[in-house]
Design a protein around this ligand. Sequence first.
Ligand code: SF4
Length: 406
Amino acid sequence: MFTPSHGAASRRSCSVMDTGHDFEAEICRHDGAVIWTTKNARCVRGADGQVHYYEGTVEDITDRKRAREKNPPALLPHCSLPHSKKVLPMAHDEIKIGVSTCLLGEEVRFDAGHKRDRFVVDDLGRYVTFVAVCPEVGIGMSIPREAIRLVRHGEDIRLRGTRSDTDHTEAMLAYAEATVAPLIEAGICGYVFKKGSPSCGLFRVKVYAENGMPSHDGRGLYARVLADRLPDLPMEEEGRLFDPVLRDNFVTRLFAYRRLKTLFDGPWTLGDLVAFHSAEKMLLLAHHTQTYEVLGRLVAKAKGRDRGEVAAEYRAAFLGGLAHHATPQRTTNVLQHMMGYFKDHLDADEKAELAGLIDDYHAELVPLVVPVTLLRHYVRKYGVTYLATQTFLAPHPKELMLRNHV
Ligand code: SF4
């Protein structure tokens, strides 16, 4: 794990922003004692605009830090980034996600830059706690550093320096393996990777042949290990999250993973599983009808089986089903099915209005949020308990406005 709390980072931030606040760093005093400090600093420039010197305060926070280590706060230390806001909606449990550190705006890239992602930090960041990992810094590489790339040697893919040809493969694989357990322990529910990176990239990363020609069919070494070891975990690249459908699908899986975790992490009964499956019905039908049926059979035959096996099978199939995109046709079927619950409540005009909005959604004239909002209104108004429990009506916070674009 990487905590972006060191002097170099604070100097770089100062040089860009002129001020830097609350940078934590572990330093060695003249007497040899190792202490933790927090720094506030600013650049002092001359009339020519050149930086003359830095000034600020340094506070010894060793005692506070030790106390925090003994008694960790709700946020992990490496999550206490200035951009990591933890504003959780009442309707959802806390969600932690792994993230490539540079996406949070931390200057950890090979060129000492960052790749701050507005959606990840400003939008998603309001609902999740970040567990930031920079695997290249994690294996001891400096900032800045030599760029690295994936190179194919027969069947093998190596991670090498572009100039020195230094081989970082074994170090990266060992680091990734060692990171899996802490990530599970931290309870992450998903991961957002930096696209294109030979370490973090998830899809279509460049792999160079020995003749220097690249193919776009690789996966970053760190991301590859995590994807292999955590196959059910929702994972995406920040670049793909520009696509409204991929974005909605990823965030839906993120929150669904959290709900599953809430169910299976505690002592659960078959009744709990039946209730869970029932509440996820409409969502599953919109994503993948067959998965709902397969899981229904699994739940029906769960009695007497090993609980751990049932949980593992349910989790894998459930998340696999949600990985299918909710198509307009399947979603329309779900909306029409839900409308059927109001046949005794709505008059002819109201039925025509709701049916018209569902048709408009199907014809891509209005986004999904439009018919869903009216359905939610009727669910509240007529107290249809079964529909009120359906996660389809609110799979993620409405403030993210993901359904305004699908
Ligand atoms: S892409 Fe990954 S390895 Fe590269 S700077 Fe970002 S977090 Fe670090």
